[in-house]
Design a protein around this ligand. Structure first.
Ligand SMILES: [Zn+2]
Length: 246
């Protein structure tokens, strides 16, 4: 029996009018390796100050990317963690692990449902078709978020360690997302160490996620290029939706 085909999933996080210039450059960077097999993680209103507005120039661009074959995943609503967390540990976790960007960590089922529904309608109106999935900011889901997601019928979700279908709770892929953190120098260094080894990882589905600030660091850009070049040598660039039929 032949070994199962190895796949590569590439995504751009924090797609928002706030980062339009960075997203443009990230599209170029990824396109050179994976073509249009790029998942865009779209934030409806980044930090409450960068709304995606139907009829705007950015909305037209989003629709253009969707029509070119990019996948469109809802990525939170505001991306900022404005919930109050119970307990010292949960608060510390939310603050230190995510710089306060774990929007869906502390939301109730009701609030999470409302934000998913509102964001979904907005993006679907803009792109003229269904969204392909949902990814919580910083990959952090609280219980309310997971329940809301199961209710939503969204076909695909992912966290740092796996991809699953909230529709039927089926696990679709397992293994950490490769990502570059430019927020602090320490994390920058550790992502540069990790990246070259990535091509040897055994998992069937390799996920690579890039963020707008990555493009401002030449070292990170070089590392992203190296990682993607290594990955496509033995993996087929794919779409998240391919996992549902695989
Ligand atoms: Zn994000």
């Amino acid at each position: 029996m032949p070994a199962p085909e190895r796949l590569l999933l590439a995504s751009i996080h924090d797609v928002s009018p706030r980062f339009e210039a960075e997203v443009d450059r990230l599209v170029e960077l990824l396109d050179a390796h994976v073509g249009k097999r790029i998942a865009m993680l779209v934030v409806p209103n980044h930090w409450g100050g960068a709304p995606i507005v139907q009829g705007s120039a950015f909305a037209a661009r989003l629709r253009g990317w969707a029509e070119a074959g990019f996948e469109m995943l809802l990525h939170g609503y505001f991306h900022r963690d404005d919930a109050t967390h119970d307990g010292v540990l949960a608060r510390a976790r939310a603050r230190h692990m995510t710089a306060g960007e774990g929007e869906f960590l502390g939301l109730s089922r009701e609030v999470a449902s409302a934000r998913i529904a509102e964001g979904r309608v907005l993006i679907e109106d803009v792109i003229g078709r269904s969204i392909d999935g949902f990814v919580a900011p910083a990959w952090l889901y609280g219980r309310g978020a997971l329940e809301a997601l199961a209710d939503s019928g969204v076909p695909i979700a992912e966290d740092h360690l796996r991809v699953w279908s909230p529709r039927d709770q089926r696990e679709l892929a397992r293994g950490p997302v490769i990502t570059w953190a430019s927020r602090t120098r320490m994390r920058l260094a550790s992502s540069l160490i990790a990246a070259p080894a990535v091509r040897y990882l055994p998992m069937r589905v390799l996920r690579v996620g890039v963020h707008p600030p990555d493009i401002r660091h030449p070292l990170l850009v070089r590392s992203i290029n190296r990682t993607l070049r290594g990955a496509v040598a033995s993996r087929r660039p794919s779409r998240y939706s391919d996992l549902r039929v695989a």
